[in-house]
Design a protein around this ligand. Structure first.
Ligand SMILES: Cc1ncc(COP(=O)(O)O)c(C=O)c1O
Length: 343
């Protein structure tokens, strides 16, 4: 049985062309600073997002952790969204390893934050807020986007308070695509940005943290401390470079597929999808009529894998390995299963 894996965009496999590039990659020892492919990737990644420098790290989680450890000292506060990946899915590394307090601002359903709540964190005398963290796209809020105007407004508040802005941009190229802008304009008011090669860009592994030369130089020392400095990492940097050069333009296809899937699902009685939240490559499904956990199991029995990252909700994510033809197959199976369940 062929599998349609919609659990995440992290599940895509490196293409044959990408594997060819990996095979021929030039490598050195990046801990000693002489891996040419990593250097090339860092320079190119920084340029694409309009920052001075970049640091290659194994994962998005580590990029965020290093960002927070660099922005904050022990006892300082980082402000994060109530639905942020940093808060829910990164093992609370910043508090555990860095003694960093996470101040929480509520994300509304569409991911937006209340500006007054942000301001009150900065005015509070209980803590020193050193960094305001945004997530774009916002995974647990449906893959929704934060427009540049909102980033500018929030950055203004943070900067006035003497704090920095970090964007967890694991899927920043999806955000830029949906907003029809380029990443460097979108993140121009943020001090630091992390993004992942192993999600919509289709590389097997790797993320970068980007920012000023000075910031990245400090972050490089912290990467060593947390065990993220790698040796012949050119072998994976080559795949990331390939992804940067070849897989950004095609991201819009995933968004078209996601929209078609979402629209098809909304036609099914018993299935609820908020189309307003389908802005990029994610679809969140809920139901008042059926138990979505049973739907998830039945879909798996039919070779369709979906995830559940938010309670009572299923998530489907489109990516490089989901061709257009799979969309109808998924809609049809959800329809059959739901009909059987409702009776
Ligand atoms: C928004 C967001 N940030 C960070 C990460 C962490 O990336 P990684 O799984 O590479 O640690 C993810 C992973 O899905 C994510 O969705």
């Amino acid at each position: 049985m062929s599998v349609i894996d919609l659990r995440s965009d992290t599940v895509s496999r490196p293409s044959l062309a990408m594997r060819e590039i990996i095979k021929d990659s030039l490598v050195g020892d990046d801990v000693l600073g002489d891996d040419p492919t990593v250097k090339l990737l860092e320079a190119k990644a920084a340029k694409v997002v309009g920052k001075q420098a970049a640091l290659f790290v194994p994962s998005g989680t580590m990029a965020n952790l290093i960002a927070l450890l660099t922005h904050c000292g022990r006892g300082d506060q980082a402000i994060v969204g109530s639905e942020s990946h940093i808060l829910h899915h990164e093992g609370l590394g910043a508090p555990a390893l860095g003694g960093i307090h996470l101040g929480i601002v509520r994300n509304q359903k569409n991911g937006r934050m209340n500006i007054d709540e942000i301001e009150s964190h900065f005015k509070s005398e209980k803590s020193i807020s050193k960094v305001m963290c945004l997530e774009n796209t916002q995974n647990r809020c449906g893959g929704t986007v934060i427009p540049q105007s909102e980033i500018t407004e929030i950055a203004g508040i943070a900067h006035n308070a003497g704090a920095s802005v970090h964007i967890d941009g694991a899927r920043i190229f999806n955000a830029a695509c949906a907003l029809e802008t380029d990443v460097s304009s979108l993140v121009q008011d943020a001090d630091t940005l992390s993004f992942c090669f192993s999600k919509g860009l289709g590389a097997p592994v790797g993320s970068v943290l980007t920012g000023s030369e000075e910031f990245i130089s400090s972050a490089r020392s912290i990467r060593r401390q947390v065990g993220g400095a790698m040796r012949q990492s050119g072998i994976i940097a080559a795949a990331a470079l390939f992804a940067l050069e070849n897989n950004i333009e095609r991201i819009g296809i995933d968004h078209i597929n996601a929209r078609r899937l979402a629209e098809g699902l909304t036609q099914i009685s018993g299935i609820d999808v908020d189309l307003n939240l389908v802005q990029t490559n994610m679809i969140f499904i809920s139901s008042e009529k059926i138990d979505v956990a049973i739907l998830q199991n039945d879909l798996a029995d039919h070779g369709i894998l979906v995830s559940s990252t938010v309670p009572n909700t299923l998530r489907m994510v489109t990516h490089l390995d989901i061709p257009e033809e799979s969309i109808d197959v998924v809609i049809e199976q959800v329809q059959k299963t739901t009909e059987n369940m409702i009776g």
